[in-house]
Design a protein around this ligand. Sequence first.
Ligand SMILES: [Zn+2]
Length: 250
Amino acid sequence: MKDSVPIAAPKKKMKTTRRKRRPKEPTPTLRFSPFAWAKLLFLRDLGDTEVGGFGISNEDDPLLVEDVRLIGQRTTVVSVEFDDEAVADFFDAQVDAGLAVERWFRLWLHTHPGDSAEPSATDEETFERVFGRCDWAVMAILATGGQTYARMRFKAGPGGQIEIPIDVDFSVPFVGSDPVRWEREYDECVRPESPQFAPLKSAADDTGWKEFYGEEFLEGEFFQHDMSDAVDISLENDGRLHDEPIFAAE
Ligand SMILES: [Zn+2]
């Protein structure tokens, strides 16, 4: 039995060696500042319908959401439809303010009443149609019950999609809540409609965003920005990598 002693000793060494192995590439995470997260929760709970908007990201970190901006929209319990004009105005305002496009047109956020944050068929269609031309974009959903869902699509390499986690980052600087202003923004932007007057079809057909999408989006200036330094996406990922091809514009 004494022979077994030397065999036990190297085991410790092996453990040490294993600990030193290079860690796996971290999965990109959509992070919210406490301010942005509080605002999204507040907007979600103001009404009974879905609410949609854009995440405004940190200057140096495109996956850190620092603010949530609503734009004019018609909403039901199962849909959000942005007004074409509101989208155009939002784009103009951000360009005029000198904000880099990847800070305000990559993160599409919306809420779901109820418990499920799973994207609907309409969500999938919108994500593909509106953001399919972007070099990368994220669709993130927050359900009333607290469930979250986020997926990034990207063109790098063969292109692909990956579900990513959502986190609230308390380590970043943030300002206090501003419920009065948030509610005003909601009132100015959100027009709830009864589903019977806005059947699913109206959200799923090609009306929303169409005009703007056709005239401005196709010029491509909003879609092409080299973010390879800022967003490190490993294509040799784990099993969460979806392999469906991304939308290809005609
Ligand atoms: Zn949805």
